[in-house]
Ligand binder design. Structure first.
Ligand code: SF4
Ligand code: SF4
Length: 301
């Protein structure tokens, strides 16, 4: 018997279990550029305040969906000519909505096939615990999953030296959303290849010395080890080089995806031919503009 459902238009025949391939094919049709799947077991070392199973105890799989930030979106910031292209009212507004639509369609597809799907918005994991736990063994009810961490666990990328998730497709140029589901899906393998080559371009180009290589630390996620420098986010919050304050919560890390540190990383990874999304021309066409602490103090910005 073939069931039919108008929303997703696709139901697996005869009550068979849905599988990863079907979910991924559907996600691509809905506009996902990236889709990775992690089993809940890969989160067993994650504290309860950030653990998907605190939200949905029966969750078996974590689906991480990514859409690219188009490179052209960063052009105005890179040239110092149009800062609103990458802003809450420009790219962020548009792309967050497209990503949400893609995520919601995939959630519908899962629920059309009789699995529960919990779509999560990308809220900052730095938000402090709030509210009172409803049971003694539970964390406060604002559980925030770290999406970069989840994308790594779902095999989509690695955390680069500058603390940003890098993928082989786009480097740092993407945003993620997540669906928790009780469907048991085949997980992606963890990414084996190295993307960050510790070129230090992010550090060299940061005008505020916010990335401290003397305090680097090794992080180990599911056995994958990555070296990450310490970032002084208080400096990034004041940075006028393309960074913007976290749009969801003052405690959240600032959005650095358009900042000169991350743009320098994009330029480097493209020059090294490390990214699959290729262009006719190079990203950085001239020496980048920068505003350091002295100019910020002088102009009182
Ligand atoms: S700029 Fe270089 S060191 Fe920094 S994150 Fe990118 S690849 Fe790694
Ligand atoms: S956001 Fe600004 S201050 Fe922070 S690391 Fe990037 S360039 Fe430096």
């Amino acid at each position: 018997m073939r069931l039919r459902k108008p929303q997703s238009g696709l139901i697996i025949e005869g009550g068979e279990m849905i599988n990863s391939k079907e979910v991924k094919e559907y996600a691509k049709k809905c506009g996902a550029d990236l889709i990775g799947i992690a089993s809940i077991e890969r989160f067993k070392d994650v504290p309860a305040q950030h653990n998907p199973s605190s939200i949905f105890p029966e969750a078996k799989s974590i689906i991480v969906i990514g859409r690219r930030i188009t490179r052209g979106t960063l052009r105005g910031v890179e040239e110092g000519t149009q800062f609103d292209l990458y802003s809450l009212y420009g790219d962020v507004w548009l792309q967050d909505r497209f990503l949400a639509m893609t995520t919601f369609k995939i959630a519908e597809f899962l629920e059309d096939n009789r699995y529960e799907a919990v779509p999560l918005p990308n809220l900052p994991p730095q938000v402090p615990p709030m509210g009172i736990a409803v049971r003694p063994d539970q964390p406060p009810p604002n559980v925030m999953v770290d999406f970069d961490d989840a994308a790594m666990r779902a095999g989509l990328g690695e955390i680069g030296y500058c603390g940003i998730l890098l993928t082989p497709e786009f480097g740092p140029r993407q945003r993620f959303q997540i669906i928790l589901t009780d469907a048991k899906l085949e997980p992606n393998p963890l990414l084996k290849q190295k993307i960050c080559d510790r070129c230090m371009e992010c550090i060299k180009n940061c005008p505020l010395d916010a990335i401290d290589s003397t305090k680097e630390k090794e992080i180990n996620i599911c056995g994958k080890k990555m070296l990450v420098a310490e970032i002084d986010y208080a400096k990034c919050t004041t940075c006028k080089n393309g960074a913007s304050p976290n749009r969801y919560h003052p405690a959240g890390n600032p959005d650095r995806l358009a900042a000169i540190c991350v743009r320098s990383c994009i330029d480097h990874l493209e020059k090294m031919n490390k990214l699959k999304n290729r262009f006719q021309s190079s990203f950085r066409k001239r020496a980048p503009w920068k505003i350091g602490k002295r100019e910020m103090d002088f102009y009182k910005i």
